[in-house]
Design a protein around this ligand. Structure first.
Ligand SMILES: Nc1ncnc2c1ncn2[C@@H]1O[C@H](COP(=O)(O)OP(=O)(O)OP(=O)(O)O)[C@@H](O)[C@H]1O
Length: 629
C-alpha cells in the first residue's frame, strides 16, 4: 500500500511468488477504470455479501493490478484482506446516479424559477435572436467559409447554438476556434464536455497546442497518458501551492512505510492515528489548491458525467460546450448544462445515437409544443434531436466541406441525408489509393467505390449465429447475430488484392453491422494480417481508413434486412473510407427484391437501403461473386 492521487490509498496486487518470480495472472477482464470490490479470499464460496471495500483500477500489467481504494484506511485494511484477497468487478452505477441527481436538480431549479437557458432547452421560451458578431479576427485563418460561419453563429447565439458536423467536416476543428475566441478574446469561462473520456481528451490535445489556460478534470486512470499533464491531478501537484500538499503526502507515505515495518501493535496504532490527522490536513489543503486551479482556469474540460463529481459541484461557467452531443444521453447533458448560461452543442444527428441496451418505450403522454412539433421523447432521443424538433434549423449551422472522402464515396450520403450540400475539399475530392506512396495502379486502387455482389448465386447466404452476442450494435430488430461465409471469403480475397497492390495493413479496415460476422472475419484475417482492423460499424463511428471493406451480411429469400434499415447506421458505414469503399453484399435481398421484407417500418427508412443499392449498382464498379471466387 502507498498514497496516491488525492490522498487515496493505492494497493498493488500480485499473485503469490513461486521461485522468486511473480507469476502472470490468468486471463481476466479487469481493465483500467473499472470499479472493483475487494474482499477476503474464499476458495470455494465466492462471497455473496457486498464487500465494504472497493476501488478504481488504476493500472493493469501481466503481473500486477493497482487499485485506488475508494474508502479511507485510517485503521488499515483488515488482516484477512491484507494477507490474501479477491477482487470482483462491480457494476458501475455512478453514471446513473449522477444523471438522476442532475434531473432532480433540474426539478428543484424549476420550482424556484428555471434559468433562461433551461427554459429555452425545455421549449418554454424561444431562443433570443442571434447577435451579429462579425467584427473579430479568426485565430485560424485556414477555416473554410462554413466553419467561419458556424464560429460567428456560435459566438452570436445568446442561448443555444447547434453545430451540425457531417462526417469529416472539421467539427472539432471549428470548436477549437470557438473555444479560443470565447476564452482568450472574450475572457469567458468555458466548460467543455463530451460523452466519453476519448472525446474530451481529443479536445484537450487539440487545445493544448495553442498554449491555453486549461484544466482536464477526471480520474487520472481514465485520462489518456498524452494529456495527463493538463489533468487537475497533475496541475494541483506541480503548481506552487500544490508543493506544500505534496510534502504532506510524502509524510503520509513515510508513515505508511513505518507501519509496514513496525512489529508492535501499539506503535502501529499510534502511526495510524498520525495518518488520520495527516489525511485531514491533506484534504483541506488539497481542496484549496483544487479550488484555486479550477477558478483560475479559463477552460475546464470534463466528461458530461464528470461534471457531477464532487470537484465540479457548485461551479459556474459562462458557456457550456458539448462535443459529440448526438452520442450523449439527454440526462447526461443536463449534468453539465446546469452550470452555464449559454450552450453550444456539436454533433451529427444523422449518425448513430448513443447505444441503448434495452430500448425504452416512448413517454406515454405524447405532447406537442406551441409550434405543433412533437415533444415526445424516449431514451434514445438526444437533446440535439429534441432541440431541432423544438426550435427548427434557425438554431443550427451545418459544416459543408468534408476533408475525408473521395467525392464518389461521399455522394450518396450527401444527396440523401445532407440536402446535397456536402462538398469534398479539393485535397480529397479525387484522391485514390493509387495516389498513395508505394501503391501501384490496378482495377482496385483506381476505383473509389466497388460493389462485390453475391446475388448472382441466387441463394441466401446468411446464417443465424447463436453465440452470445456482446456487440454494441445488437438491437431488438436482430435478436440473434448473423454471419455470412461467402462475404468473409470475398473480403479475404479483396484484402489479398489490396495488399498485393502495395497497401499496408493499417490502411485497411473491415467493418460489418453484425458481431457474429466480426468473429468470422477475425477468424480468417487476424492470424495472417494482424494489423488490419476489424470491427462493428457502430464501433467505427468517428474513425476512418484509406480503404474500408463493408460486409453487410443479410442474404435471404424473405428480404429480411433487420437493423440495416436504420439509415444512421448505414450512413456511418458508408462514410468511413477515405479513398476506397468496397461494399460486399447481396444486392437483391437488400434492395427488397426478394420476399416481402424491407418495407416501410415507421421507425426506419427501408427505402434508404433500397435507394443505396440501386445507386451502388449504377455508380460503383459492380463485380459478381462467381466471377471472383
Ligand atoms: N479548414 C480546414 N482546412 C484543412 N483541413 C481541415 C479543415 N477543417 C478540418 N480539417 C481536417 O479535417 C479532418 C477532420 O477534422 P475533425 O477531426 O475536426 O473533424 P470532425 O468533424 O470532428 O470529425 P468526425 O467526422 O470524425 O467527427 C482533420 O484531419 C482536420 O485536420
Amino acid at each position: 500500500m502507498r498514497t496516491g492521487l488525492g490522498g487515496k490509498s493505492l494497493i498493488d496486487l500480485e499473485l503469490g511468488q513461486s521461485n522468486k518470480q511473480i507469476p502472470a495472472f490468468p486471463a481476466h477482464k479487469i481493465t483500467t477504470g473499472d470499479i472493483v470490490g475487494l474482499d477476503e479470499y474464499k476458495k470455494d464460496k465466492p462471497t455473496k455479501k457486498a464487500s465494504p471495500w472497493s476501488g478504481v483500477v488504476l493500472r493493469v500489467t501481466d503481473t500486477r493490478i493497482t487499485l485506488a481504494l475508494s474508502q479511507d484506511t485510517d485503521d488499515g485494511l483488515p488482516p484477512e484482506i491484507q494477507d490474501r484477497c479477491q477482487i470482483v468487478k462491480l457494476a458501475n452505477n455512478v453514471t446513473y446516479e449522477r444523471m438522476i441527481k442532475g434531473l432532480e436538480l433540474l426539478k428543484v431549479n424549476a420550482a424556484n424559477g428555471s434559468s433562461r437557458l433551461a427554459q429555452v432547452l425545455l421549449g418554454q421560451q424561444k431562443p433570443a435572436t442571434v447577435e451579429d458578431v462579425s467584427d473579430f479576427e479568426f485565430f485560424d485563418t485556414t477555416l473554410n467559409d462554413s466553419q467561419k460561419d458556424a464560429v460567428r453563429f456560435a459566438l452570436g447565439a445568446q442561448d443555444i447554438a447547434l453545430i451540425h458536423g457531417p462526417p469529416g467536416t472539421g467539427k472539432t476543428y471549428t470548436l477549437v476556434e470557438i473555444i479560443r475566441q470565447l476564452s482568450v478574446k472574450q475572457n469567458k469561462k468555458v466548460l467543455v464536455c463530451g460523452p466519453s473520456n476519448v472525446s474530451v481528451d481529443n479536445l484537450v490535445e487539440r487545445l493544448a497546442r495553442h498554449r491555453m489556460d486549461l484544466v482536464r478534470v477526471g480520474h487520472p486512470a481514465r485520462i489518456l497518458p498524452t494529456v495527463l499533464e493538463h489533468s487537475l491531478d497533475i496541475i494541483t501537484r506541480t503548481c506552487d501551492s500544490g508543493k506544500i500538499v505534496a510534502d504532506v503526502r510524502k509524510e503520509m507515505d513515510d508513515t505508511l512505510g513505518k507501519i509496514g515495518k513496525s512489529k508492535s501493535r501499539a506503535e502501529r496504532r499510534l502511526l495510524y492515528g498520525q495518518i488520520k490527522e495527516l489525511r485531514k490536513d491533506y484534504r483541506i489543503r488539497e481542496r484549496k489548491v483544487v479550488d484555486e486551479v479550477i477558478s483560475n482556469a479559463q477552460v475546464v474540460l470534463s466528461t458530461l458525467n464528470g461534471c457531477g463529481s464532487r470537484t465540479m459541484m457548485k461551479r459556474e461557467f459562462d458557456i457550456v460546450i458539448i462535443d459529440e452531443a448526438t452520442q450523449a444521453l439527454e440526462a447526461e447533458c443536463w449534468i453539465a448544462l446546469q452550470k452555464g448560461t449559454r450552450a453550444i452543442l456539436a454533433g451529427d444527428h444523422l449518425q448513430l445515437p448513443p447505444t441503448i441496451k434495452t430500448p425504452s418505450k416512448p413517454a406515454k403522454k405524447s405532447g406537442s409544443n406551441k409550434n405543433g412539433l412533437s415533444t415526445t421523447t424516449d431514451l434514445s432521443t438526444t437533446l440535439f434531436d429534441r432541440l431541432l424538433a423544438l426550435h427548427g434549423n434557425k438554431i443550427k449551422k451545418m459544416l459543408v466541406v468534408q476533408y475525408r472522402m473521395h467525392e464518389k464515396i461521399m455522394a450518396f450520403s450527401s444527396k440523401e441525408l445532407y440536402d446535397n450540400q456536402l462538398v469534398a475539399d479539393k485535397s480529397v475530392a479525387s484522391h485514390l489509393l493509387q495516389d498513395l506512396p508505394d501503391v501501384t495502379s490496378s482495377e482496385n486502387t483506381e476505383m473509389p467505390v466497388v460493389l462485390l455482389d453475391t446475388s448472382d448465386t441466387g441463394l441466401g447466404h446468411e446464417v443465424v449465429d447463436n453465440q452470445d452476442d456482446n456487440s454494441n450494435s445488437k438491437s431488438s430488430l436482430d435478436d440473434q447475430s448473423k454471419a455470412n461465409e461467402l462475404e468473409v471469403a470475398l473480403a479475404v480475397h479483396h484484402i489479398q488484392d489490396l495488399l498485393e497492390d502495395g497497401l499496408t495493413q493499417d490502411q485497411i479496415g473491415v467493418i460489418t453491422p453484425y458481431a457474429a460476422q466480426v468473429a468470422r472475419l477475425v477468424r480468417d484475417i487476424r492470424d495472417q494480417w494482424p494489423h488490419i482492423e476489424i470491427g462493428t460499424v457502430d464501433g467505427f463511428q468517428g474513425r476512418e481508413k484509406e480503404a474500408i471493406l463493408l460486409s453487410l451480411v443479410r442474404s435471404n429469400d424473405d428480404g429480411e434486412v433487420g437493423f440495416l434499415q436504420e439509415k444512421r447506421r448505414l450512413n456511418v458505414a458508408m462514410t468511413r473510407a477515405k479513398r476506397h469503399l468496397c461494399v460486399i453484399c447481396d444486392s437483391e435481398t437488400l434492395a427488397g427484391n426478394k420476399g416481402g421484407g424491407n418495407g416501410g417500418s415507421s421507425r426506419v427508412d427501408g427505402g434508404f437501403l433500397k435507394r443505396w443499392m440501386n445507386w451502388l449498382c449504377e455508380e460503383s464498379d459492380l463485380r459478381f461473386s462467381e466471377m471472383i471466387l
